[in-house]
Design a protein around this ligand. Structure first.
Ligand SMILES: [Zn+2]
Length: 305
């Protein structure tokens, strides 16, 4: 019986990463290359990774690619990507020509969620809501180890919806989101992404800290850091409660830089019942298991045969 290998690619804003998995999900190789931030350089870099992995495994592997935004089923063009040179390009078609095979493209938050659902923190649960909190803020849904993509291909991606039950302070922040297809005040990403979190802190206290420095301040018992992290936890509980009201997942799994803040896993679950239509909430709030590898692993799992 011949072994089937899978390639997963994570198309980042400055780097493109690839992983080669065997049929059991074991990592055989993982590589990452920088590229020039333009369309053709991105395609050439994906091609280089795939050729190297094909050679290593001595076969033509399946290829799944995690991208910012999504490849529209209607037009075949990329939409909503923050790597702007991808938008409105027939990326899937061009890759299939460059790689001489069919490829599967999926939003990167979906890839993260699939990876954690298949053999990560969510492996023992049926319904998963994955949240990525990095430079951006987004989510994705999985049920029985498959992604629910949705009619508009944005199922679970509620990061640009408004903060629920906004406080007076949040309403007075008056930030209009700069993202394409958003531009609205009270957009959750402006409060919840790593950048949003440190920007709101620095705006309020007239400081210039990174989010990591603010977390360190909290360890050093700085009351401002504790207050802002407490407010952040309450915002997250409100946002999660909305998703529990719609999808009611078994587990919510956090990824991205902000998922490394350990106090979230103690505090957020105690706040969620304040905002749900159920006084008992069984939904688990979990840290990811695969860390930075989840993007590439989930992309590889897009081919499950
Ligand atoms: Zn927004």
């Amino acid at each position: 019986m011949s072994k089937k290998f899978k390639i997963g690619i994570d198309y980042g804003g400055t780097k493109i990463e690839g992983i080669l998995l065997d049929q059991n999900g074991k990592q055989i190789e993982r590589k990452r290359y920088s590229y020039e931030r333009n369309y053709n350089s991105g395609i050439e870099t994906v091609k280089k990774l795939v050729e190297e992995f094909d050679k290593l495994s001595n076969q033509k592997c399946t290829v799944g690619i995690g991208i910012p935004g999504f490849s529209s089923k209607e037009t075949g063009l990329i939409t909503n990507a923050n790597s702007l040179w991808l938008n409105d390009k027939p990326f899937e078609k061009d890759l299939q020509i460059a790689l001489d095979r069919k490829v599967k493209l999926m939003n990167d938050a979906n890839c993260f969620t699939l990876s954690e659902a298949v053999d990560g923190a969510g492996k023992d649960y049926q319904s998963i809501f994955g949240i990525i909190i990095g430079t951006g803020f987004g989510g994705a849904l999985s049920y029985k180890k498959e992604i629910i993509e949705g009619s508009n291909q944005i199922a679970g991606d509620w990061g640009h919806q408004p903060l629920p039950y906004p406080t007076k302070e949040e309403q007075e922040t008056m930030i209009d989101c700069p993202s394409m297809n958003c531009g609205r005040p009270l957009c959750a990403e402006q409060f919840m992404s790593g950048i949003g979190f440190k920007d709101r802190f620095n705006q309020k206290y007239n400081t210039d800290f990174s989010s990591e420095e603010i977390v360190q301040l909290d360890f050093d018992k700085d009351p401002r850091a504790n207050l802002e992290l407490s407010l952040y936890e309450d915002r997250m509980a409100r946002l999660m409660a909305v998703m529990i009201g719609i999808f009611d997942p078994d587990a919510i799994i956090l990824g991205g830089g902000m998922s490394n803040i350990d106090r979230f896993y103690l505090n957020i679950p105690t706040l969620i019942p304040k905002y749900t239509f159920s006084n008992k909430v069984k939904t688990k709030v979990l840290k990811n298991i695969h860390g930075d590898s989840s993007g590439v692993r989930g992309a590889a799992w897009l081919w499950d045969s």
